[in-house]
Design a protein around this ligand. Structure first.
Ligand code: SF4
Ligand code: SF4
Length: 311
């Protein structure tokens, strides 16, 4: 789907160990509502976009969020939000949001662990696990299409098989689960001891987790489970049907972000993304066209020897 990606600002009400944004980006001048409206109009005019995906930082704490969402809605565009859902724990905020956005939007929230204290350690906000859980449950009850995300990382990869049980117990089956390998950039790169785990190390835990998903499915549970940023050579072919390419990681229709120097703040079109299977070993691999690959920065840190071509 042709999508405009927007970050109105990098300000956030959490401080995650694995944040792909650099901490100093929080000081960049925020984009104004007029600048954002103009970007939406330009993206419609030039690329006939169908969707706007808002991230950050945390988009719900941007002062003009309700006006922005209302504008996107009035233009007839689909809306996606990447949010930690803390603000949606407030029923009044949720009510005001739905009044301007309807409940047809898609929202993705990451839970870093099923253990409350570990999630709170990652976000650096005490009580964030309970508050995000309340927010997500409020959204689900309001009929919003929520997706739960988990970023595979060095602190919690061994607990993945237990995470899956928590997920199935906690959220209804119509809530998809996405597992992503980490983008080692920004704060995640600064904290790479906590965040970076080689594919070969997390692989048995990921495969064990997917075995449990298959078991749940055999027992009649029917949840969409997808894995992103995981190359085909880093997991047994038995599990390949779970892997998915996130097209915008290879190519983005339109992108509008704040930069350190506001003079650089302009909408960009048809950009190469930060993901894919374009590493040296991939050039001689027979499944390159089907392979989701992974983040460029992650490959730089883990080394291209992580990828073994199929010949
Ligand atoms: S990962 Fe998301 S929620 Fe966490 S600090 Fe970064 S922007 Fe905020
Ligand atoms: S070598 Fe490259 S293209 Fe082949 S499976 Fe691995 S990452 Fe994918």
């Amino acid at each position: 789907m042709k999508t405009l990606f927007i970050s109105p600002s990098y300000i956030c009400n959490e401080k995650c160990v694995f944040c792909p944004c650099a901490l100093n980006a929080r000081r960049y001048t925020q984009l104004t509502l007029d600048e954002l409206y103009d970007a939406v109009d330009k993206a419609i005019e030039k690329e006939s976009i169908e969707m706007v995906l808002i991230s950050g930082g945390e988009p719900t704490i941007y002062k003009g969020i309700l006006d922005l969402v209302s504008y996107i809605n009035r233009k007839g565009l689909k809306l996606g939000i990447l949010s930690n859902s803390l603000k949606f724990s407030d029923p009044e905020f949720l009510k005001r949001f739905i009044a301007v956005a309807g409940n047809e939007f898609e929202l993705t929230t990451a839970f870093h662990s099923f253990r409350e204290n570990e999630h709170d350690r990652v976000t650096s906000v005490l009580g964030s696990f309970q508050k995000s859980l309340l927010g997500v449950n409020n959204l689900i009850q309001a009929g919003v299409k929520v997706t739960i995300k988990h970023i595979i990382n060095n602190s919690t990869y061994q607990l993945l098989p237990e995470y899956v049980d928590w997920l199935y117990e906690t959220f209804p089956d119509n809530v998809p689960w996405v597992l992503c390998n980490i983008d080692l950039t920004g704060t995640a790169l600064t904290n790479k001891g906590d965040s970076s785990v080689p594919f070969s190390v997390s692989r048995p835990y990921l495969e064990n987790t997917l075995d449990k998903v298959v078991e749940y499915q055999r027992n009649g549970r029917n949840r969409i489970v997808r894995i992103f940023n995981t190359p085909l050579c880093c997991i047994d072919p038995y599990y390949w049907s779970f892997l998915q390419k996130y097209e915008s990681e290879e190519e983005m229709t339109a992108l509008y972000l704040p930069y350190e120097n506001p003079i650089d703040n302009k909408i960009r079109f048809n950009l190469k993304g930060d993901g894919g299977a374009n590493f040296k070993p991939c050039q001689e691999c027979i499944v390159q066209a089907q392979c989701p690959g992974t983040w460029k920065k992650t490959a730089e840190v883990l080394g291209e020897k992580s990828f073994i071509p199929f010949k």
